[in-house]
Design a protein around this ligand. Structure first.
Ligand code: PLP
Length: 423
């Protein structure tokens, strides 16, 4: 049986291993549900980015929102990465994990004044500004504290990334970025404002992109703008081409990162922009296939129309299926002999939308441990406490080593910030 995604995940005999660790044993030791990530798999996913960019000024800024566990951030910081953040909280995590503020780019349509000030004081490398209104406020905040905000405008190239509407961000109807038509005027405004220094341009057209062509189209649009901006005497130092590269959840065949980057660099060079620093902001493609969510089967509930396999992980642990109807592969961590049946794998939360997989051919029994694959990105970071369920523990493995990198949330943690009324 071949598994989608990671070469670090494979059956040895009947048992599913991540690196050299049998996954079922981890649940016996650490309980269920449980997120497990492979450090090797993360570094292996980073390698083609670094390889393709070698020999030119570049920065790979890992998009923290994909998986913000401190040990994950530490892994990428040690590997030389910068970070793409979208909040004060993510900045604090990056610093706590040993990341450098000078390698941080700050994205997002709704940065608060407080977040701007904290990021300026920390010395982030660049603000990816998404509107004129934000630019004006950033100029005020920077001037007030006597700092200069280095900025890049996130331009909306109006290309269709060919992905799910909720994760497509580069079309006109999206809330993100400055429309292509007004970008030049916004750059002029930026160049005139106190406390603002223009340093780059960026775009991020969506997520789970499995084709090269939308990137190439967006790049052409961005380079057109760069040429128009520089014709007015405003210097653009770096090109930030965002993140968004897809992964294999089932049978998608996204381009390898080095192939994608090779094609982008060829266009950049061909159009005479080869001297610019190149920034990428990958999230999913660095961590998605490096992680699994393990969950124990509680009850089998065969029915007339549907067979339900009730597991102890739910939409609060892993929201992607409920939110995007995302398909995530589900396998048994102990491949049993015998026939499979078709099951809907569902959680205990009181919502019909609480399912992890529909119509899955599985050979399962109560007490088995299932692995939801490709759960390293947008899994734990989207987890909630809905139904007053504590969030799962997280483990990191490397070879045969295993570290707990986040403890399971206890029930007492869940309402410790609440209080009863005095009367
Ligand atoms: C989410 C996001 C990313 C990362 O996207 P992936 O699809 O996870 O690679 C990069 N840049 C920005 C601005 C984002 O919002």
């Amino acid at each position: 049986m071949t598994l989608p995604g990671s070469p670090f995940l494979a059956y040895q005999g009947a048992d599913l291993f991540l690196d050299d660790v049998p996954l079922r044993d981890l649940v016996k030791q650490h309980g269920s549900p449980l997120y497990v990530y492979s450090r090797r798999a993360m570094l292996a996913a980073l390698a083609p980015y670094q390889r393709a960019l070698q020999g030119r000024a570049h920065l790979v800024c890992y998009a923290v929102k994909a998986n913000s566990n401190l040990a994950v951030l530490q892994t990428f910081a040690k590997a030389g990465c910068g970070f793409d953040i979208v909040s004060e909280g993510e900045l604090a995590r990056v610093l706590a994990a040993g990341g450098e503020a000078g390698k941080v780019v700050f994205s997002g349509v709704g940065k608060t004044r407080r977040e701007m000030r904290l990021a300026l004081e920390a010395g982030v490398r660049c603000f990816n500004v998404e509107s004129t209104a934000e630019l004006e406020v950033l100029s005020q905040v920077a001037s007030e504290i006597g700092r200069t905000a280095r900025v890049s405008l996130r331009v909306n190239p109006d290309v269709d990334a060919g992905t799910h509407p909720y994760i497509s961000t580069g079309l006109k109807g999206n809330k993100f970025g400055v429309a292509h038509e007004v970008a030049l005027a916004t750059y002029r405004r930026a160049a005139s404002l106190p406390g603002i220094e223009v340093v780059g341009i960026d775009c991020h057209i969506g997520s789970q992109i499995t084709e090269v062509s939308p990137y190439l189209d967006a790049l052409d649009r961005v380079l057109d703008l760069v040429e128009a901006i520089e014709a007015e005497g405003i210097r653009i130092h770096h090109l930030d081409l965002g993140g968004g590269l897809g992964i294999t959840y089932t049978d998608e065949v996204p381009p390898a990162a080095d192939v994608l980057i090779g094609q982008l660099l060829a266009k950049i060079d061909a159009r005479g922009h080869g001297h610019r620093e190149i920034v990428f902001e990958p999230g999913r493609s660095l961590v998605g296939n490096a992680g699994v969510l393990l969950t124990e089967v509680m009850f089998l509930k065969p029915g007339e129309q549907k067979n339900f396999c009730v597991v102890d992980a739910a939409m609060n642990d892993l929201m992607r299926p409920a939110l995007y109807e995302a398909y995530m592969s589900i396998v048994n961590t102990q491949q049993p002999d015998g026939a499979t049946e078709v099951w809907d794998v569902v959680g205990p939360v009181c919502e019909s939308g609480d399912w992890l997989g529909r119509d899955r051919a599985l050979n399962v029994q109560a007490g088995d441990v299932l692995a939801v694959l490709s759960a390293g990105a947008y899994g734990m970071t989207m987890a909630s406490n809905y139904n007053t369920r504590g969030r799962a523990a997280e483990l990191m493995v490397d070879g045969n080593q295993v570290w707990v990198v986040r403890e399971r949330e206890a029930v007492a943690d869940l309402f410790k910030l609440e209080m009863l009324l005095p009367v």
